[in-house]
Write a protein that binds this ligand. Structure first.
Ligand code: AOF
Ligand code: ZN
Length: 336
């Protein structure tokens, strides 16, 4: 037998060539012929494009017959934007399929069962963690039926996100602000409440320090009943904006799931942050803390209904980084 682990490493490399932020996962595929020679490679270029297996089969042609397909995700068994990979692999006559991650998408799963029923030898679970890491947000969204929520805030050392008069530009320095733009770009959507739009008039676009144009802007989402003025920067046309007249975080996430958003970047303010935290719908916190004191002014997060220390929301720290004079703390929240 040829080196299937090596082929899977190659398939993972190919998968990483796909778009990091997309409704679909990044997937790579390598096909070897019965003699173990690689006869086709492919990767998924994003929603609407052919799946990785079809790309690789197109290259391999008839040389795939009796061969092995090594794929980073269980081949799909559904007709979505494209036709089922399970059937394409059966048609091509491959004898063996090796894959890394089971497809957690309830609509697409079933490829392994279909292939086995068709007489193909199927092996799953090869380098699964690496495949899952490549599509962490997508995997989360498929498993939980909602996008992963990352709450970002910037605050002074005493937890204020603005001064008493509402001024908030800027609490953190240029390095922290550039980092925010870098991380915003990794999200499918940026979410704020109407309060933030009315108070701060943020643009909610990704802007790089070097001014390089963005390939893709996240969807801008404003939640709440109040109506932003026509002059609001979120309505400037620089990116698509969705106004959700809804105050229930779970309903907002349902709507964003329908829009195939896999990661939401929550930028506050305190009311929206508290609503998501109270609903148990924040998965990760990214706090930018400036070595500054205000003593008064709105807090990063509003009332969480906590009366005593024992009830504190305790986060699991992931990483602490310094950005110029500021500190970035990343932490996760595990829900039970
Ligand atoms: C595969 N190979 O390369 C990918 C798969 O809407 P569609 O037709 O693009 O289907 C998207 C779903 O198909 C996606 O959520 C995931 O379950 C699976 N993606 N499957 O066999 C691929 N990208
Ligand atoms: Zn497929």
């Amino acid at each position: 037998m040829c080196d299937e682990l090596g082929l899977m490493r190659r398939a993972l490399e190919l998968a990483a060539l796909g778009p990091a932020v997309d409704p679909n996962p990044r997937v790579g595929a390598v096909i070897s012929d019965p003699a173990g020679r690689v006869v086709g490679e492919g990767f998924h270029r994003g929603a609407g494009h052919p799946h990785a297996e079809l790309e690789a089969l197109a290259v391999a042609g008839r040389r795939a017959r009796g061969g092995t397909a090594v794929v980073t995700l269980e081949p799909c068994d559904h007709t979505g934007r494209t036709s089922p990979c399970s059937l394409a692999l059966l048609d091509a006559g491959v004898a063996r399929v090796v894959y890394a991650q089971n497809d957690p998408n309830p609509k697409a799963t079933g490829g392994a069962v279909r292939l086995r029923a068709g007489g193909v030898a199927v092996v799953g679970g090869v380098l699964t963690d690496r495949a899952r890491d490549l599509n962490a947000d997508w995997t989360f969204a498929m498993t939980h039926g909602r996008p992963r929520v990352v709450w970002k805030f910037a605050a002074t050392l005493d937890g204020r996100s603005a001064a008493a008069d509402g001024t908030s530009r800027w609490i953190t320095g240029p390095a922290a602000r550039a980092d925010v733009h870098r991380l915003r770009a990794q999200a499918g959507a940026i979410l704020v409440g109407t309060g933030t739009v009315l108070a701060d008039d943020p643009a909610l676009t990704v802007r790089r320090p070097d001014g390089a144009p963005e390939q893709r802007q996240p969807l801008r989402v404003v939640m709440g009943r109040r109506v932003p003025p026509a002059t609001a920067r979120v309505l400037d046309g620089a990116a698509t904006t969705l106004h959700v007249r809804e105050r229930d975080p779970a309903v907002v996430l349902d709507i964003l799931a329908e829009h195939e958003i896999r990661r939401v970047w929550l930028e506050g303010g305190p009311t929206v942050a508290a609503a998501f935290l109270n609903a148990g719908l924040v998965d990760e916190v990214i706090a930018y803390l400036a070595p500054t004191l205000l003593g008064s002014g709105p807090p990063a997060v509003g009332d969480l209904g906590i009366a005593t220390l024992r009830q504190a929301v305790r986060l699991q720290p992931l990483e602490i980084t310094t950005l110029g004079p500021d500190i970035r703390l990343r932490a996760s929240i595990h829900h039970h």
